[in-house]
Design a protein around this ligand. Structure first.
Ligand SMILES: [Zn+2]
Length: 532
């Protein structure tokens, strides 16, 4: 029988909490990792090296960008967007209430990579790095005894990987897996990676009105025509256009997955790999067999009133984008499954902790499209998280609220490492006791620092038990009012339809005081360091 941790939304499942059914082999594999607290009380109080784990197990983190748990059928989305994941989840720990720490790439990825909250790492604006004083505090340094490898399709996430470059043994530039790859040029300019892409754009592509070299322009034109011919063959499989991130640099996930499987086959072990692919991030250019899969399928998304921070896109257009996004998730689902099957076949999964997650979600409601938004509603902040233990055979369902910052300490714990002193998250169930985990808060932030470095404008989120508070502050749109508050009971109202504030003013005040205190302390600590 599957195991369940935390409260499932339907009450009948509460009685099933903590009923492990393990084969002897599974027990040997997991004992101590799962919170069999009665059998192993000393482990719960002192989470040192879990019995049964091996320090030689690999770590493999796969991130798909902008993937909302809300649109994932594994998490009960009505459209069947993840049929493969549902099959594979039989061998995984499935986290049902997992939160990104921010609602876009920079903040979300920085929390995943540092195990710290946004107001600590301070990567708050697009394309920013982590606060330099804390640049040593990253997951690569946390696994210093491992062969550390990293790649991302996303140039914004690559800025962070670049910042941690010295702690990565095998860093692959983001352009490497693009069809129109600037990798060669980046290699030539490797001494100055920051300006290389800019120079390439200006000199060779003639962007920004610059055209420094006729010869190089002609060469570039030739290479481009050659690639166009090669890409015609591939393009027929992508009716909405090839997957890309900016209309002129193309990639396919197939290529990325094949490359990764190859890379892992020859990687020194134990390895710690972080691979961050762009889909299902917009544009949602899915593959032929998923194209129009959800066209006029009868699914009617719940209509929610426009938010104060709604955008300009008409509702019909947002609804169409949702279908395209859902079709793009099918592509991610299929390619992840292909990777999984390949790694299983090659035996890598026998001694690898495989993690599947995202940096933030995506939104198609309240008049808001995408993830460039001030809100922290569930679609843009709740993301999938699955952990496949080495040789996993059982499914475990965890309903506790978990956070991106919990990943780092959890992975350190299951591989028998000391937990990094800077880590702000906790070891997640079932690897730590659900009882020690249950009374903690989960935070997220969309923040905008003012001139003195303090976060004077933004949206902060606190989830405690079944309540979620969103506090909006400093925005011009709030007019005379300085703050705006939204409070939801996520168990009774998972769609966040009924704002309980001001009705529940006492509870709101209690949560708000704690949230403000947390932010103030972080701001104080940050401005103290900066002024020194
Ligand atoms: Zn992202």
């Amino acid at each position: 029988m599957d195991r369940i941790y935390g409260k499932h939304p339907s009450e009948k499942l509460d009685s099933q909490i903590m009923k492990p059914s393990l084969t002897r082999r599974d027990f040997l594999k997991f004992s101590g990792l799962l919170s069999l607290s009665a059998a192993l009380p000393q482990y719960i109080t002192s989470p040192s090296i879990p019995p049964g784990s091996s320090q030689s197990d690999n770590i493999l983190i796969i991130v798909f960008d902008a993937w909302s748990a809300t649109n994932t059928s594994l998490y009960d989305y009505p459209r069947l967007t993840t049929p493969n994941l549902e099959r594979l989840a039989r061998r995984a720990v499935v986290y049902h209430n997992n939160y990104a720490s921010g609602n876009f790439t920079t903040t979300g990825t920085a929390s995943l990579l540092t195990g710290t909250l946004p107001w600590t790492h301070r990567a708050l604006e697009l394309s920013e790095t982590v606060d330099h004083a804390q640049a040593q505090n990253n997951i690569f340094r946390a696994f210093r005894a491992y062969h550390r490898m990293a790649y991302t399709h996303n140039p914004v996430a690559d800025i962070l990987l670049n910042q941690f470059f010295n702690a990565i043994d095998d860093y692959i530039p983001w352009t490497s897996l693009y069809q129109e790859s600037d990798y060669l040029i980046n290699s030539l300019f490797r001494a100055d990676p920051d300006i290389a892409p800019l120079s390439w754009s200006r000199i060779i592509k003639g962007l920004d009105g610059y055209s420094y070299s006729l010869y190089l322009s002609q060469l570039y034109g030739y290479i481009k025509r050659m690639r166009a011919v090669q890409m015609e063959d591939i393009a027929q499989f992508f009716p909405r256009g090839l997957p890309n991130h900016d209309d002129y640099t193309y990639f396919t996930l197939e290529h990325g997955i094949d490359w990764l499987a190859n890379q892992l086959a020859s990687a020194p072990q134990p390895f710690m790999g972080y691979y961050h692919f762009f889909p299902p991030h917009h544009p949602y250019n899915t593959r032929t067999e998923f194209y129009r899969r959800f066209y006029e399928d009868g699914y009617q998304p719940l209509q929610k009133p426009p938010h104060l921070f709604h955008g300009e896109k008409p509702i019909e257009s947002i609804t169409r984008e949702r279908s395209w996004y859902d079709e793009y998730i099918l592509y991610v689902d299929a390619e992840f499954a292909r990777l999984y099957d390949s790694l299983e076949k090659s035996g890598i999964l026998d001694n690898t902790w495989l993690v599947l997650t995202s940096d933030h979600g995506e939104m198609f409601e309240r008049g808001i499209f995408g993830h460039t938004t001030q809100v922290l509603h569930q679609p843009v902040i709740k993301v999938p998280l699955l952990i496949f233990p080495p040789g996993g055979r059982d499914r475990v369902d965890v309903y506790e609220s978990t956070s991106a910052i919990d990943l780092l300490p959890t992975l350190q714990h299951v591989t028998g490492q000391e937990i990094a002193s800077w880590a702000e998250g906790a070891i997640m169930p079932p690897f730590a006791s659900p009882t020690t985990f249950s009374d903690r808060d989960v935070y997220a932030l969309h923040g905008d620092p003012g001139r003195d470095g303090r976060i004077t404008k933004g949206t902060a989120m606190l989830v405690r038990d079944n309540f979620k508070l969103m506090w909006y502050f400093g925005y011009n749109q709030l007019g005379g009012e300085k703050d705006m508050l939204e409070l939801y009971d996520l168990h009774a109202d998972p769609q966040e339809l009924k704002n309980l504030y001001p009705e529940q003013s006492a509870l709101t005040a209690e949560l708000l005081v704690d949230l403000k205190l947390k932010l103030t302390l972080a701001d104080n600590a940050y401005t103290d360091t900066v002024s020194k």
